[in-house]
Write a protein that binds this ligand. Structure first.
Ligand code: NDP
Ligand code: 8X3
Length: 253
């Protein structure tokens, strides 16, 4: 039987790169995201390689996620993999200067959207059983604090703990759960984070030889395609150029 993967946030970055990587191997794709034009263009392009079902979906909308899952064709009653990728950071200002609406959006997308997709697709992953996978997009920001990461980092810490806890609940079902935690990776992520500021985007990646979405897709492909008895619990990945800055001390004048 053909393997199948449900990818959230497939209209750019990691999700789009994963769609291309899995299409190349003939997996059936369910790709989702809010930007319909991009979704349709990707579906059209990849449909020469494999079966592609595009679903315009805002993961924050619980009723819409429910409808989308309920209306999946019967051939997806069993699902091989879910890539919970849709997510974003908004801003990097100190917490005391932030807009609460931005915090709500990050929580609603990175936590609640991931929760909805996971819970609603779980029966199909469990029906597949041995070899099925949930792959969650965490971040180094979920492990390591840095100025301006506050709520974004906290949402990714949720992803880590949720992934580990799911492993406990799914023991015996054959379903695997993994959390990939990338560091600096060049994608629209930073344009979104900095409100479309191209100069700030350019500065973020200048001279850094950052990871590329294809690097993450390749790693995710490897994680999901391990032999069925192996679970990669978490995998942190950075460009060689990136490291930690150490503790900072504020000193009196
Ligand atoms: P991109 O901005 O390139 O892609 C984000 C994707 O998420 C888009 O397809 C976007 O689609 C989708 N998305 C955002 N909000 C929603 C929503 N409410 N409903 C559905 N889809 C949504 O970023 P990346 O590919 O870099 O990031 C993907 C994931 O990886 C995110 O979870 C991010 O936090 C995480 N990550 C990114 C890192 C980086 O440095 N780039 C490092 C570590 C983790 P659309 O706008 O069409 O809905
Ligand atoms: C994105 C990586 O370092 O910008 O999750 O928080 S970082």
């Amino acid at each position: 039987m053909t393997s199948s993967v449900f990818i959230t946030g497939a209209t750019s970055g990691f999700g789009e790169a994963c769609a291309r990587r899995f299409a190349r191997e003939g997996w059936s794709l369910i790709i989702s995201g809010r930007r319909e034009d991009r979704l349709q263009a990707l579906a059209k392009e990849l449909s020469s390689q494999t079966e592609v079902l595009p679903i315009v979906l805002d993961v924050r909308d619980r009723a819409a996620v429910t409808r989308a899952v309920d209306n999946l064709p019967a051939k997806f009653d069993k699902l091989t993999a879910l890539i919970n990728n849709a997510g974003l950071a908004l801003g990097a200002d100190p917490a005391q200067n932030c807009d609460l609406d931005d915090w709500d959006t990050m929580v609603d997308t990175n936590i609640k959207g991931l929760m909805y997709c996971t819970r609603l697709l779980l029966p199909r992953l469990i029906a597949q059983g041995r070899g099925a996978s949930i792959l969650n997009l965490g971040s180094v920001a979920g492990q390591w604090p840095y100025p301006g990461s506050h709520v974004y980092g906290a949402t990714k810490a949720f992803v880590e703990q949720f992934s580990l806890s799911l492993r406990c609940d799914l023991q015996g079902t054959g379903v695997r759960v993994s959390n990939i935690e990338p560091g600096l990776c060049e994608s629209e992520f930073s344009l979104v984070r900095f409100g479309g500021d191209q100069a700030r985007y350019d500065k973020t990646y200048a001279g850094a030889e950052a990871l590329q979405p294809e690097d993450i897709a390749e790693t995710i492909w490897w994680m999901i395609n391990q032999p069925a008895h192996i679970n990669i619990n978490s995998l942190e990945i950075m460009p060689v150029s990136q490291a930690w800055a150490g503790f900072s001390v504020h000193r009196k004048e």
